[in-house]
Design a protein around this ligand. Structure first.
Ligand SMILES: [Ca+2]
Length: 473
């Protein structure tokens, strides 16, 4: 009897061990995990100046920006504009963007809702003295202001595109159901993705409109508009490798959506994303009778949507290009403010594929962010900021250096036979281009001319054209 009990006990122990092992299976090396970077006061966003591998800038909702340098938070803020910012709910200091020339210009841009006039959506420029850890609040220059008396749908994202222009995501003006019918109104800056050059323009203008914006010169339309039909594009981003644009547009009562625009197909130039006539891929019934929805406008369909059985407010993220996190390379990481689970998906036109849980969660997910070397962060409005890292990566590993692009260094092939020239050109990351023959007395059967010349540096895969001598007849 004792022996039977012991045997049963042993079997039980094995089962318990097996079950607990199955539950507590350690993540495999290389899987994504969350590493705490620091805790802040209602953090909304993180970013870093281009090429700055040591620092991370953390935007706090009330109106401060903090610097984390080499993993440690600096004691005093980089910027404190709490006296200008109306904060709480969806309002506050919402994002920050550094232009490509920040290293020399020291100018940067913030997006906030103003105290006065209350709620005005505001894009402002500040400057930080070279070498200083704090910007000078006295350098403030208002770039753009949009009246916004309602408290919600303030938009809030700033991003510089690879074209050097500043993209600005604005909400539809708030309330519910787009009461101003702003989304489809090309005369309104609300419910849009805008594209401007934020530096002072001609004749004292606070900014200028790039002449290749889609609605420049159209009567009744604002030239600043890049794409429209958005409800509250709280977060949008560019793929740092391809330049593709992804907008996560927060839905009304039923559908959350992801809009995706390939850089090679115009990056959403002039696109109508449908709001307030469409919510996700569905006609938005309450606005059926609105003139803007009669007839229903054609919309650029989202590549992904999910219903409110999964969440309530999408938090858009980034296509991961972190070389130290190959498990997520090329996947778009996103989440939802109302659910803590993080997801990743492959963005494709016309439909995204392979939506998966990451197996990680962040409560109160306010935003994602990306640093100068492409590492991605997940931010909780409760305070913590996490970095997505590969399991097994040593703690506080430095930001990896960007790999220089592989280039074609044109080799000298004059004097070689064709086979030898081909192999030398391939080894130099170039390609063999046109091969033609001439009748010439010199160097029969060998290369007598090449273009480009030897030593030139060109993009990878550049074609090298060859001229060979056949010899005289
Ligand atoms: Ca839409």
């Amino acid at each position: 009897m004792v022996r039977v009990a012991a045997l049963l006990g042993a079997i039980g122990a094995v089962i318990v061990l097996f079950v607990s092992f199955a539950w507590a299976r350690p993540d495999a090396t290389g899987d994504p995990t969350l590493v705490l970077v620091g805790t802040f006061s209602s953090p909304m966003y993180v970013t870093a100046p281009p090429g700055d591998r040591a620092q991370l800038f953390v935007v706090e909702q009330a109106g401060r920006i903090r610097i984390v340098r080499d993993g440690a938070q600096l004691p005093s803020p980089f910027l404190d504009i709490r006296s200008l910012v109306s904060s709480g709910g969806e309002r506050g200091l919402l994002s920050l963007a550094f232009p490509p020339d920040y290293g020399s210009s020291r100018r940067f841009y913030v997006y906030y809702t103003a105290r006065s006039p209350l709620g005005d959506v505001t894009v402002a420029e500040f400057q930080a003295p070279v070498g200083a850890d704090a910007a000078d609040p006295g350098t403030r220059r208002t770039v753009l202001r949009i009246s916004h008396p309602r408290g919600n749908h303030n938009g809030g994202q700033l991003q510089f595109g690879a074209d050097g222009h500043l993209y600005i995501g604005t909400g539809d003006g708030g309330g519910g159901g787009d009461p101003d019918q702003a989304g489809q109104d090309l005369g309104s800056l609300a419910g849009k993705l805008l594209r401007i050059d934020p530096r002072p323009g001609a004749g004292g203008a606070p900014y200028s409109v790039p002449p290749d914006n889609p609605f420049v010169g159209r009567a009744g339309a604002r030239g600043e508009i890049w794409s429209y039909g958005l409800r509250n594009p709280w977060r949008f981003s560019f793929d740092r490798e391809t330049g593709d644009l992804t907008i996560a547009d927060v839905g009304q009562g039923s559908w959350e959506e992801i809009d995706f625009a390939l850089s090679s197909a115009g990056r959403g130039r002039g696109a109508n994303y449908g709001w307030g006539c469409w919510e996700g891929r569905h006609a938005y019934g309450p606005n059926d009778g609105n003139p803007e929805c009669r007839p229903m406008p054609a919309q650029v369909q989202p590549v992904w949507e999910y219903s409110h059985s999964r969440g309530c407010s999408i938090t858009g993220g980034y296509v991961v290009r972190d070389p130290t996190l190959p498990a997520l390379n090329g996947r778009y990481v996103y989440g939802d403010y109302c659910r803590s689970a993080l997801w990743s998906i492959r963005l494709r036109e016309p439909a995204a594929q392979d939506d998966r849980l990451l197996g990680l969660s962040v409560a109160g997910l306010s935003s994602f962010g990306e640093d100068a070397c492409g590492r991605v962060y997940a931010i909780s409005s409760d305070g913590p900021v996490f970095r997505l890292e590969a399991v097994g990566r040593p703690a506080n590993s430095p930001c990896p250096a960007a790999k220089p692009p592989v280039r074609c260094r044109v080799p000298k092939v004059v004097g070689l036979k064709l086979a030898a020239a081909r192999s030398r050109i391939r080894r130099a990351n170039c390609r063999v281009g046109r091969v033609r023959y001439i009748r010439s007395a010199r160097a029969r059967g060998r290369v007598v001319r090449q273009s480009p010349r030897a030593g030139a540096r060109r993009a990878r895969g550049t074609r090298v054209h060859l001229t060979l001598s056949r010899g005289r007849r």
